[in-house]
Ligand binder design. Structure first.
Ligand SMILES: *[C@@H]1O[C@H](CO)[C@@H](O)[C@H](O)[C@H]1NC(C)=O
Ligand SMILES: CC(=O)N[C@H]1CO[C@H](CO)[C@@H](O)[C@@H]1O
Length: 267
């Protein structure tokens, strides 16, 4: 639990950016209280190239695939919400059952985000030895995903230990907010993790770069259209998804088309 709180603080910092996209850096740079065991210079002497390695590699990746930045933030979020930020979302399932990735909320995590984290782990371990946890790498990837897509820079306390076991499918479902939940439910889901409404808006907005599949919203179009949807918007969505099983994709937010030529859902 301890390492999770430090990461939630990072998420809080992310939130300052996302709500007012050009909020002064003062709030983003405020130093959160550290939990025992974590420190900003945890790898300063034994892996000084850690943060540069991640940032430079991601800069290169995002130049051809911007959307995967959202994917990386999402992996960190899914990791932290289920049994703390322990990297367990990265564990594949085993004989004892499917891993966290196989639980329904995780089905939409982008496989490429996992490939990127794994590649970074290989590079970092080659340079420094196997001393940096995957949980730390994941937290740094999330920070750089925010920064390299126009968000604030913030410091990430390091020293998380990787979990050796993944959460069960039931625990994963119980801890991760359901995408179809209404706002009051989402607010209470976040409150259970000590996160407030600002965090909810920030984290939701923070991974809205990219496109969404019809599956995530056809429930509001069929069998009957949700009357609270604005008519032109609903008509547009209906064109993208003419039936409740259509495979269409649409931009998650209005800024997305800016990146449409480099943003891809390919895995
Ligand atoms: C609907 O789609 C049209 C054509 O792409 C676009 O110009 C318009 O802004 C969209 N309206 C809404 C509310 O999404
Ligand atoms: C069982 C299953 O479909 N698991 C998926 C969970 O998420 C990862 C990442 O997107 C997929 O690769 C798995 O196939």
């Amino acid at each position: 639990m301890t390492s999770s709180s430090a990461s939630f603080i990072s998420l809080l910092l992310v939130s300052s950016f996302l709500l007012g996209s050009h909020l002064s850096l003062t709030s983003a740079q405020a130093t959160p209280p550290l939990v025992a065991g974590l420190s900003y210079d945890f790898h300063a002497t034994n892996c000084p190239s850690l943060e540069t390695t991640i940032r430079e590699y991601l800069r290169e990746i995002f130049s051809s695939d911007f959307g995967v930045a959202a994917g990386l933030l999402r992996v960190h979020f899914h990791d932290c919400f289920v049994q703390g930020c322990d990297g367990s979302v990265l564990l594949a399932g085993s004989a004892s059952g499917p891993g966290e990735q196989a639980a329904p909320p995780n089905l939409t995590l982008r496989p490429r985000a996992f490939v990127i984290i794994n590649e970074l782990r290989n590079r970092i371990h080659r340079a420094c030895g196997a001393i940096v946890s995957c949980a730390d790498i994941t937290a740094l990837c999330a920070r750089d995903a925010v920064f390299l897509t126009g968000g604030p820079d913030y410091r990430v306390p390091l020293g998380r230990r990787d979990g050796l076991t993944f959460a069960t499918r039931d625990a994963t479902i119980a801890n991760l907010p359901f995408f179809g939940s209404r706002v009051p439910t989402l607010i209470s889901d976040f409150a259970r993790k000590n996160l407030d409404v600002t965090d909810l808006v920030a984290l939701s907005g923070g991974h809205s770069i990219g496109r969404s599949n019809c599956v995530s919203f056809v429930g509001r179009l069929y069998p009957t259209r949700d009357p609270t949807l604005e008519t032109n918007f609903a008509n547009n969505l209906t064109r993208v998804c003419p039936t409740n099983t259509s495979p269409g994709l649409t931009a998650l937010d209005v800024r997305t088309p800016i990146y449409s030529t480099i943003n891809t859902l390919s895995t």
